[in-house]
Ligand binder design. Structure first.
Ligand SMILES: Cc1ncc(COP(=O)(O)O)c(C=O)c1O
Length: 440
């Protein structure tokens, strides 16, 4: 068991009377259940292999020692240092947390976002990007998107900055880098905190720097649908603000502070130091487990292969769809702009195709091609409207979002597809567009 305290919960080191962190460890039967879950199957060969595994685990259980610590231990530290290296950031910049939404909250908390403060976010993102400012009564200011990338348009951000603006939150949709130079320039000019929502963008690059490491803060998601995962849930918070690294670390676990003790007690609970004079009481427990850390390390070890495979599949699709009037395939990037291909972003020109993307989505669905556009203009949700946002007025300030979302844009899955599935998907798009052009 580790001697280094990570949180206070019974990681007391080598005492004469051992106080194990784990109340009840996992035994052979439990471990066998995990293996069966992660490696399911059926049939004669499967059942025979499973029987061997069960026997092997039972044998191992007789000679092995349980980890003694399942949460916030050495493995969590190890994956954080691995991510620091992978992203090329200073040691200590990465903080592994329960999910990307919790990571985003750490950045919003730093900036002291509260009622009346303005946060500029892209009009088109997943609700997780904005849920914290929405919940505390801050004003979301929706930046319109760029046609090509559907990312936040810095020109519109510039138009929408006011005296009340405190933050800009660019989202690298689908793993396509935002125009970070322009955004950072605006932030510098107006003293704004930039937090990159890099939920889709782990491993992507912008002008030689990894996405999520350019702003003051960056947030990644390792939820099961992302390019790599920490057993289905997880996130990482990157802090380029050196002074906030330790603070965020304490905020991850309720603000527990081992650097100072109160009278007759092991630790203190101190306020978290945010930007300037702002201090706050941490209100979340975003701790993670050792198993999650191991899961993430394993996938990061083969991450370059994962990215290469995604790129290969996207390149095939773009080649097939290029040169067909009205179809705008996913841009594949270049030396300065490296994508993660989390999604295959497909657009059409509705005038040339003689119909909009809603019809294309219907046709694709009929042909059995899943399209999963889970981003909508945030200002259309009742949660936003209920907070006094006027949908129509905001929509009028985001004309490109309205046009692209309703008429042009969808995204498709782009990983783990066989040659036959990729061919089928490309054929289905080409055929559907041809039908639309013919008025069918
Ligand atoms: C753009 C964006 N931001 C944030 C999140 C939240 O990630 P998590 O599920 O890890 O909280 C997601 C999840 O899909 C997302 O798509």
């Amino acid at each position: 068991m580790s001697k280094e305290a990570s949180d206070f919960r019974y990681n007391t080191g080598e005492t004469k009377v051992p106080w194990a962190a784990v109340g009840e460890n996992y035994n052979a039967e439990d471990t066998y259940a995990f293996v069966k879950f992660l490696m399911g199957g059926k049939g004669k060969a499967y059942n025979a292999a499973l029987k061997d595994v069960k026997a092997a685990i039972a044998k191992l259980a007789k000679v092995s020692v349980a980890p003694g610590k399942l949460s916030m231990g050495d493995k969590v530290n190890e994956v954080e240092r691995m991510i620091d290296k992978y992203l090329g950031v200073e040691e200590g910049s990465s903080l592994f947390v329960s999910n990307c939404t919790a990571a985003l909250e750490l950045g919003y908390r730093y900036a002291g976002i509260g009622p009346g403060d303005e946060v500029i976010v892209p009009a088109n993102t997943f609700i997780a990007t904005v849920v914290y400012p929405l919940s505390v009564g801050a004003k979301l200011v929706f930046a319109d998107v760029e046609r090509k990338t559907v990312n936040m348009d810095p020109k519109d951000v510039a138009r929408k900055i006011t005296k009340k603006t405190k933050m800009i939150v660019p989202v690298h949709i689908g793993g396509y880098p935002c125009n970070m130079d322009a955004i950072m320039k605006l932030a510098k000019k107006h003293d704004l905190v930039v937090m990159e929502d890099a939920a889709h963008a782990f491993g992507g690059e912008y002008k030689g720097r990894k996405l999520g490491t350019i702003g003051h803060f960056g947030c990644f998601s390792f939820h099961e649908v992302k390019n790599c995962t920490s057993l289905g849930e997880g996130g990482v918070f990157i802090s380029n603000v050196k002074a906030y690294r330790g603070e965020a670390r304490r905020a991850r676990f309720l603000g527990v502070d081992f650097t100072s003790k109160i009278h007759n007690w092991l630790y203190n609970i101190s306020l978290i130091q945010g930007k300037g004079n702002f201090k706050y009481q941490a209100s979340n427990n975003a701790s993670v487990t050792e198993i999650q850390a191991i899961g993430l390390m394993q996938q990061i070890k083969r991450y370059s292969k994962i990215l290469a495979e995604r790129k290969r599949e996207a390149t095939y699709m773009t080649k097939r769809l290029s040169g067909i009037p009205g179809i705008i395939p996913q841009d594949l990037g270049n030396e300065k702009v490296k994508l993660t291909f989390h999604l295959y972003q497909l657009q059409i020109d509705p005038k040339i195709v003689k119909g909009d993307v809603q019809l294309l989505k219907k046709k694709l669905e009929e042909k059995g091609v899943t399209n999963i556009p889970h981003f909508g203009p945030i200002y259309r949700f009742s949660a936003a409207i209920g907070k006094g946002f006027d949908e129509k007025k905001i929509a009028a300030t985001c004309p490109m979002t309205e046009y692209v979302f309703d008429k042009c844009y969808t995204h498709l899955p782009i990983y783990g597809l066989t040659k036959a599935q990729l061919t089928y998907m490309a054929d289905a798009i080409i055929a559907s567009v041809a039908e639309m052009k013919a008025g069918a």
